[in-house]
Design a protein around this ligand. Structure first.
Ligand code: NI
Length: 260
């Protein structure tokens, strides 16, 4: 239902305003543009642990961004559907996690396109974000990613959850790194990370953070995620409610949804 309203609002916006690209997609009726926000990001999945993280997000009405490996998408289609249903963002982490800087241009394109297609077959939406495996990128990676319609999303907080595999250490790292605009790197393939999520999601909320997707964070901080651009922490002028385009606000109001 909410998705329908947002889709309608977006359609109205497209009809009235030219700079549609600047409006990512505010998924939620609960975001305060002036409040603090962070983007939790989970790489390498989906796998058997992903569902547990999704349950935590659902419980707290929070969202995250999942940078998925294309090769796992079909097998865990239920998790992909759930991400979509919860308003989470699905980004690309390539098909099977190669270091993109070692690949030819056509191999890079294949990694990106196969993953796009796998995700689109389930959600109907093409990922607009790419997290290059190992954060490895060079001019060629940026150029190809850009031409495939992707912004490169790195991170500002590296929890090292893959290395410590420890709930307390992951939690400590998130608490230490939490700041408005932070993009926090974790991996949903590890069970301790899922257990850490059960603690860190309520901790962040109790400390005033709104858990939003990367694209939402960029939208509310007036950052245009450009194709081929590289992003870590995402900060910028806070969008005010008045700046949210009027046709969208009107469509939202008409449907009885509180303005973001
Ligand atoms: Ni990875």
């Amino acid at each position: 239902m909410r998705k329908g309203i947002i889709a309608f609002a977006t359609a109205v916006l497209l009809a009235f305003c030219a700079p549609a690209a600047a409006l990512a997609k505010p998924q939620s009726d609960t975001v305060d543009p002036k409040g603090k926000m962070v983007a939790l990001t989970f790489d390498d999945g989906p796998n058997a642990n992903t569902g547990r993280i999704l349950m935590v997000l659902e419980k707290y009405n929070a969202r995250a961004t999942f940078f998925v490996q294309g090769q796992s998408v079909k097998r865990y289609r239920a998790a992909i559907r759930k991400m979509d249903e919860l308003g989470c963002e699905i980004g690309s982490h390539t098909w099977n996690h190669p270091n993109l800087t070692t690949l030819s241009a056509s191999a890079m394109r294949s990694q990106i396109r196969r993953t796009d297609n796998a995700v689109m077959r389930i959600t109907g939406e093409k990922p607009s974000l790419l997290r290059p495996p190992y954060g490895a990128r060079n001019a060629a990676v940026k150029r190809i990613a850009g031409s495939e319609g992707k912004a490169l999303i790195l991170w500002s907080v590296d929890t090292l959850d893959w290395k410590t595999r420890n709930v307390a250490a992951t939690l400590r790292s998130v608490k230490k790194g939490a700041a408005d605009g932070a993009v926090i790197l974790m991996h949903d393939i590890h069970a301790p990370t899922a257990r850490a999520a059960e603690k860190l999601v309520p901790w962040l909320i109790n400390h005033g953070y709104q858990l939003v997707t990367v694209s939402e964070l960029a939208y509310y901080r007036s950052v245009d995620l450009r194709n081929g651009g590289t992003y870590r922490r995402i900060t910028g002028p806070k969008r005010s409610a008045e700046e949210i385009p009027k046709p969208v606000a009107a469509a939202i109001a008409a449907n009885g949804i509180k303005e973001p």
